[in-house]
Structure formats: C-alpha cells, structure tokens
Unconditional design. Structure first.
Length: 251
C-alpha cells in the first residue's frame, strides 16, 4: 500500500477513532483508524491487522503495509524494556563481583559475597517479573492495576477512583475513572496525552522503578487490545482498556 497520513482533527492525540480522518477528511477503514489512533496514544509504531502506523507528530501518523518490513525501533520501545536494562545492570554487578572475589582471595570476602548474593537475588526477581501471566484474567488485572498507578503518578493526587467493566463484542472494556478536583481541565488534558508514555519522562531525578502502563504496549498490541483515553467534565481522567476476550481452543 502507498503511505497514507492520518490526522487527529483536534490537533491532539485522539480519544477514539471518531477523532481521526484521512487526507482531506477522507474516510478510512476501521483497522487503519485503530492503528493510527493507538500509534498516537502510545507515541510508538502500532500494527492492527495488515496495517501499521508510525507517529509523525502528536496528531499525525503515517500508515504503511505491516508486512512490508520491520518497523523502525522507537526510543519508546527501548525505554519500555526497562526490565531488560535492569537485568543487564544486575549481570554487570555479577561479573564485577565475581572478579572481585577472585582478586581479593579473602580480603573483604564477606562484603563481596553479600554483594554477589544481592545481585543474584535481584536477577532472580527480574526473571520472575518478566514472566507474563498466561491467564487472561490475571493479565487484565495487572494492566488495570498499572493504569490505576499511572493515573496516580500523572495526576499527583486523586479525590476518588473507580473501575467498571462491560462487554463489547470481542472485547471486555475495563474503564478506569480518576477524579482530581485540584487539577484544571487543561492540566488533565496534558496528563491524558502522557498515559501511553513511561513515567520516568515525568520525573527529574532519575529513571524510576516502573514504566507504568507503557510497559504493556507490546503485549496489548500482540493480543489485539486497544487503549483510549479522554477527559470527562472538568475533573475526571478516563482510560478505557479494550482487552480482547480469550479465544477458546478448538475441541
């Protein structure tokens, strides 16, 4: 297919497919709109069926053939793989500590052994954290939990929070509503545009321990899930997680 540019009409990341259009206001098929909308939401390349979308700006994305070649790697993808980087750090500690143990031959041995054991424990914890749950319900619960934490991290303080669940065709839609009466609507809109980004892009004093909802982008894309976010009224941030129902294995 020839590349096609998709626009978010309001000039900001879309709240749903109804906010998107093709060149000159032309209508596009739903797979194309979903791919473009998700690419703008996550600020990263996103595929839906035969179509892949690559974000150009906060409000425009280009559609290409998903099977034409490997999608370009984005900074977002590298950053969201925080567990891999942390594991590399633990492996570095292991390597250095092993060298220290060999060199000291008894000098500060207890301290080095303790450091070695700490690195092993940290590596084991990372391996456990990287194992994705196989049960659809457990995966959904973890995604919702990270959405709740992401809302809290971006808003800084919540008045109240609520999660609702409904069925829509092949999807179960889990909606997280967070109310913050201390923030204005423009501030909530700015937070909305950051839902798909890692938390550490917000902090000033380090990378942080989590990447929030951003860490689920690749998993959700692989499962055909979707994530949309909007602001309701003056004080409510809403994130809808369209998680595809598990397919029953053939008998």
């Amino acid at each position: 297919m020839q590349p096609v540019v998709v626009y978010a009409r309001a000039g900001i990341p879309p709240r749903g497919v109804e906010d998107l259009s093709g060149p000159g206001g032309t209508c596009l098929d739903r797979d194309s709109l979903v791919a473009a909308g998700q690419a703008l939401t996550w600020r990263a390349a996103f595929a839906c069926g035969p179509v892949a979308a690559i974000p150009l700006t906060a409000a425009t994305a280009v559609l290409v053939d998903a099977v034409a070649g490997r999608e370009p790697e984005q900074w977002h993808d590298r950053f969201a793989r925080g567990a891999v980087h942390r594991m590399a750090g633990e492996l570095t500690i292991l390597s250095v500590t092993a060298g220290l143990l060999a060199e000291t031959a008894g000098r500060r041995r207890d301290e080095d052994v303790e450091l070695f054991g700490s690195a092993v424990e940290g590596l084991a914890g990372l391996l456990v954290a990287m194992q994705e749950p196989q049960i659809s319900g457990e995966r959904a619960d973890r995604i919702v939990a990270d959405t709740i934490r992401t809302h809290g991290a971006l808003l800084g303080g919540l008045t109240r929070q609520r999660v609702t669940v409904r069925r829509r065709g092949d999807f179960t839609v889990r909606t997280v509503r967070s109310v913050s009466e201390d923030l204005t609507r423009p501030e909530l809109e700015r937070a909305r545009t950051r839902i798909g980004l890692p938390w550490p892009t917000r902090v000033d004093n380090g990378l942080g321990d989590h990447v929030g909802l951003a860490g689920w982008r690749a998993t959700m894309q692989a499962n055909g899930d979707q994530m949309w976010c909007r602001v309701e009224g003056e004080h409510t941030l809403v994130t809808e997680l369209w998680l595809r129902n598990s397919r029953e294995p053939p008998e």
